[in-house]
Design a protein around this ligand. Sequence first.
Ligand code: PLP
Length: 394
Amino acid sequence: MKLADRLSQLGTEQAFHVLARAKQAERDGRDMIHMEIGDTDFHTPTAIVEAAITALHENKTKYLPSAGLLELRQALAKKISVSRGLAAHADDIVVTPGGKPMIFYTILATVNPGDEVIYPNPGFPTYESVINFMGGKAVPLQMNGDTGFEFDIEELRRLANDRTKLIIVNSPQNPTGGILSREKLQAIVDVAKQYDAWIFADEVYSELVFEGDFESILSIPGARERTIMLDAFTKTYSMSGWRVGYGLCPNADFASTIANLVNNSVSCAPNFTQWGAMAGLVNPTVAADVAAMRDELRQRRDLLYAGLQQLPGVQCHLPKGAIYLFPNITGTGQTSQAVYNFMFDQANIAVLPGTSFGQYGEGYIRMSFANNSRNRLQLAIDRLIKLWPKLLAK
Ligand SMILES: Cc1ncc(COP(=O)(O)O)c(C=O)c1O
């Protein structure tokens, strides 16, 4: 018996496979340092946990409408209207189990076989995987480390054409930590308008910015009616396992289409986790928790960044946002995969090869600085400093 042909087009997010491998290594008695998956070790803020527990006691454990909890969508509309400087309505919002389904649903809803989709590479791997799966033509826009991973507008203009159906932007960016300036966002909107393309704006790291200010593409005039914006509670509130994310759609009709995709796939996002997420929006103690987490993350970023300066053959640029360092390792003479293997096997450190983020990720590795305390990060640095001569001698 054979599986469907289309599965040959489906990629994967490598982080989950390496996570499973590292968990197995731990079961085998190894002291693994997790830097593979983008996850924080902070507790979910207490107010969110309490609200979810209360919801469970109140029997808020049943189906919800596919678009999500109305109270949560209303609170989100209020928040987005302020943070993105626009008029958002609850009817334009769909709550999903984590942010990732919005990537799947948006590409499913906008891309016909043969349509071109421009996406960042290296970039979050689900974009390329799902574009290919839907029969779209994946058109990579290189994030070039030689120019500090600046989003190259000239290259975007060169790649865009009448077949361009969707342009994917991700700021702050995974894995490079780059942030798009207002000028660049304006230029992207201009290109999208020129070819009448949709924009998918992945803003899941919008509240994890360490340098400068976050600018949403939605604040650019003309963006709102062609942009699907993804945000999630995952990173901001340390809620990766709760699975709550959402999309802001260009209008209520578009949102109904996405809600019907939710209806057909998972019915609805879980009930009590949405009540918990809502507490994150309305309870003032949570903003303080997020600010403290951001401050700690900045210190972890700086510690790991300083540690990498001590490894010959490694060059790293300081990310302005998100939770990753993306060092260039070409100076070691090794491939991304070889460095990943070496760190996993010899140093008990789980990272990802840059190629997990697309072909232009060769020469890099990705290290999450969010999962470990500063003490554990220092331990990782110490292990690497000790073992590095062995890698260089290979
Ligand atoms: C850029 C980007 N988009 C989307 C997601 C998916 O987030 P979630 O865990 O909420 O599905 C991630 C997770 O790492 C991400 O880095």
